[in-house]
Design a protein around this ligand. Structure first.
Ligand SMILES: Cc1cc2nc3c(=O)[nH]c(=O)nc-3n(C[C@H](O)[C@H](O)[C@H](O)COP(=O)(O)OP(=O)(O)OC[C@H]3O[C@@H](n4cnc5c(N)ncnc54)[C@H](O)[C@@H]3O)c2cc1C
Length: 463
């Protein structure tokens, strides 16, 4: 593989300017109505929702805002429910999955609202996503997923070969349905959009401000290296990093997930792959593939493999084996461009709960503290909408609309080490094995499909 650059800060921050208004440290003790720990989508959306109700809010972020998954993700704004809508429907039943779908639909609409209210161009393209199978053995998964989405009222359209041809979908797409809401976005700019709205509403954001301990007995106290914030209410929004401050170890597994972008495609390369509108694509693999175009004309591939560390130790973010794998998958999916060149790689962390659904809990039963996590690899819309639900929980408002996620008691606990490591790796092995069958078939079938005359190729090239 050609050389590429590993970016510890991720790719998206390259064109998201630092926030000018943030403060650097909390010196001494300060008092606010609410302290929010973690400046990702969950923390910022909570801060925004509470400030809009008139509360004074301080957000404490240990890096810069978005230092967790929020500025590192693939930027798909999609309709995934849990691991996949089909499994979620089987597990939750129709009524509860409809509730999930309703909340998610509102969350996706909220992405567009945040972008437009902030006035920040987040490169949001509300063109939906394709859920796409890459080989014949995946067709049933695509159909099942489509049927589940349709049944719970999510706007989806099944595509036949003719539709795919008319859309000029990439040749590797064997079967697909179109999710008619959502799309793709530049996630770090979207963090900035949320932060801007929060600051405009009066929220104070402190960066480089690691919380070492949260004391919730009586008034809340969040300790940092140089001071502390005392507050009446708290939101703990540290998601996959929560274990590092001793929280959620039995509630989530933190997995590391990696991403690669190529060099910008040349006009010839771009013409070779068709994909006129560049609808972002995700696959129903056991370990999902996220494939999309960036606003500056690169192909991005994400996920495909996840890595689990031991205890609170995370696997190295710079993992050449994973990046090599991502590049090989890209080569498999786009054989039309043999001269594809990798450019940048990075990694981030997702938090998976035992039932693969996000949760918003009153921390240790306290009404004035909410802890939220567990979005898996699909948290962009949900986490950036979660603030409205979390604010309702803190303010004692009715949360029936999101009852599915609030104070869920029936989750199985994540086992302690070494069992967690054994179970996690056994699950991963099974998933990788299942995906290998799909991918081997995809390699065989794609060569055959490409041998057929593809009208789409010539029509696009002549555009
Ligand atoms: C590689 C990757 C690809 C993904 N792709 C997609 C996608 O395409 N679509 C999608 O919907 N979702 C995707 N996700 C998931 C999505 O990004 C997350 O679900 C979402 O960002 C979660 O937001 P959050 O605010 O809850 O957590 P985070 O963004 O992780 O925020 C937690 C914050 O807490 C801070 N923090 C941690 N410890 C402390 C401390 N002690 N003191 C102060 N601050 C602290 C962290 O620095 C971080 O900023 C992806 C995730 C990854 C990693």
């Amino acid at each position: 593989m050609q050389p590429y650059e590993f970016l510890p800060e991720g790719f998206w921050r390259k064109d998201s300017p630092p926030n000018a208004r943030v403060k650097r440290t909390v010196d001494g003790q300060i008092r606010r109505d609410v302290v929010v720990v973690g400046g990702g989508y969950t923390g910022l959306s909570s801060a925004l929702a509470l400030a809009q109700q008139g509360y004074s809010v301080a957000v404490l972020e240990r890096g810069v805002i978005g230092s967790g998954a929020s500025a590192y993700n693939c930027g798909h704004v999609g309709i995934q429910l849990g691991k996949n809508p089909y499994l979620t429907l089987n597990k939750l039943g129709l009524e509860r999955t409809r509730m999930y779908a309703d909340v998610l639909t509102q969350a996706i609409a909220n992405v567009g609202t945040i972008v437009s209210q902030s006035g920040i161009d987040c490169h949001y393209r509300a063109i939906g996503n394709l859920t796409a199978g890459v080989s014949e053995p995946q067709r049933r998964d695509v159909e099942n997923t489509f049927e589940a989405c349709d049944k719970v009222g999510l706007p989806v359209k099944m595509l036949d070969r003719r539709d795919l041809s008319q859309m000029d979908a990439p040749a590797f797409v064997d079967s697909a349905f179109h999710e008619l809401i959502g799309g793709d976005i530049q996630p770090a700019l979207y963090v900035q959009a949320l932060a801007k709205l929060a600051e405009d509403a009066g929220v104070e954001i402190y960066e480089d401000c690691s919380v070492t301990r949260v004391n919730t007995s009586g008034h809340v106290r969040a300790d940092t290296a140089n001071g502390a914030v005392l507050a009446d209410m708290a939101v703990i929004a540290t998601n996959a990093y929560s274990g590092e401050i001793g929280l959620l170890r039995r509630s989530i597994m933190p997995w590391s997930v990696s991403v690669m972008v190529t060099e910008p495609l040349t006009p010839h390369q771009r013409a070779c792959i068709g994909w006129r509108n560049g609808e972002p694509i995700h696959t129903p693999h056991q370990m999902i593939e996220n494939i999309r175009l960036t606003h500056d004309g690169r192909i991005l591939i994400g996920t495909k493999r996840a890595r689990l560390g031991w205890g609170d130790r995370h696997p190295p973010a710079n993992d050449p084996v994973t990046f090599q794998l991502l590049f090989e998958v890209l080569r498999d999916r786009f054989p039309e461009i043999p001269d594809l060149r990798p450019a940048y790689t990075w990694s981030g962390r997702v938090a998976i709960s035992s039932d693969l659904l996000p949760f918003f809990d009153h921390f240790e039963g306290r009404k004035n503290v909410v802890i939220a996590a567990g979005y898996g690899g699909h948290g962009l819309p949900m986490a950036s909408y979660s603030g409205t639900i979390i604010a309702d929980m803190l303010l004692g408002n009715n949360t029936d609309r999101a009852a599915l996620f609030v104070n869920r008691k029936r989750r199985l606990p994540i086992p302690p080490e070494p069992l967690r490591w054994v179970v996690g790796h056994a699950m991963k092995r099974k998933m990788v094995e299942a995906d290998s069958i799909i991918d081997a078939a995809a390699r065989r079938e794609l060569s055959a499909r490409r041998a057929l005359p593809r009208i789409v190729r010539t029509t696009y090239a002549g555009d």
